[in-house]
Unconditional design. Structure first.
Length: 142
């Protein structure tokens, strides 16, 4: 009877171990600590409260952070292209609710979903950061 129980447990353990593989192509970004605050009343963020606008925050995350306004909420994404080895051209440039890399292939991503828009071969989405609003301040963190 003990042999049967041991075989059942061994079968369960072996059956559960192979499903949690990460995509090898999505390992370009580091898991860095992010804690940023922006004040929406400052002039450089004056357009952010309006839907469809986005701003770039340098010196945070892997390649800076892009904050986008979707009307009733704000979303924040790492500005480093997750499908590229980090380089000067792999930093995304926001334009409205999209962001495009400066590299020759010009990977473009949605700042609403984080998904790639222009290339069906891209496997990695943008790295998301949480955003909480407290008065005129946006707290961005992971």
């Amino acid at each position: 009877m003990r042999l049967i129980y041991c075989l059942i447990i061994l079968t369960i353990l072996c059956g559960c171990s192979g499903n949690s593989r990460e995509d090898e192509n999505c390992r370009f970004l580091l898991d860095v600590n992010v804690q940023e605050t922006i004040n929406l009343s400052l002039p450089q963020y004056s357009q952010l409260p309006f839907a469809g606008n986005s701003v770039y925050l340098p010196n945070a995350g892997n390649g800076g952070i892009i904050v986008a306004s979707i009307g009733s909420d704000f979303l924040a994404w790492d500005a480093a292209d997750p499908n590229k080895v980090p380089s000067d051209c792999s930093i995304l440039v926001p334009s409205g609710l999209n962001a495009t890399s400066g590299c020759d292939d010009e990977n473009t991503y949605s700042l609403v979903t984080g998904e790639p828009l222009n290339n069906g071969d891209l496997r990695c989405s943008l790295k998301f950061y949480r955003v909480e609003q407290s008065g005129d301040n946006l707290l961005i963190f992971n």
